[in-house]
Design a protein around this ligand. Sequence first.
Ligand code: TMP
Length: 207
Amino acid sequence: MKGVFITFEGIEGSGKSTISRMIYEELLDRGISVIHTYEPGDTPLGREIRKILLDPDHKAMEPLTEILLYLADRVEHINKVIKPSLEKGTVVVSDRFSDSTIAYQGFGRGFPIDLLRELDGIVRAGTKPDITILFDLDVKEGLKRNKGANKIDRFELEEVEFHERVREGFLTLAKEEPGRFHIVDASRPLKDVYEEVKRIIFSFMGL
Ligand code: TMP
């Protein structure tokens, strides 16, 4: 039996990391074989790549370097974590995946989307989320929440317009694949967002 591949996407400060962990805990409590994972950085090599990617000292990183580092992280993540788990029938809950590359490097940075899709397609080699929850939120609200968390990395240094393009990018991707994407309004209290996400995922999984 093949496991279910669930991804969480959205801009910074949308609450997707917290809620993806809560969903993981809930599935675990129900005795389901499940793992929680994230990009970039949830493999030994990925941890090193994440440090480079988020280091504010590398503000001047070339756009193509950035893309290749995210993709290198994804190769490790898919082959060492995601694929082996899905093959065992384990549910995989991932905080970010390929849609983040199209939204951030494509819509955000302006790298050609077709080319990005081609490169990402080579990396994924058929691995694709079964369902994606998109946390949608006003950019300024998201950045404010993140500042509260005292989190400053290379992306937090970007101007608001960059994050606006990323948000619009995610919404465009969701419109293209309405069967896979579920958009949730992340401006509501965490508990309400969680209940909605849980309902969507549990109904998808027939729980
Ligand atoms: P995180 O804050 O969700 O851990 O993600 C780290 C940053 O990496 C976040 O600003 C989004 C960015 N990112 C990309 O730009 N492209 C990608 O492909 C991924 C997975 C993340």
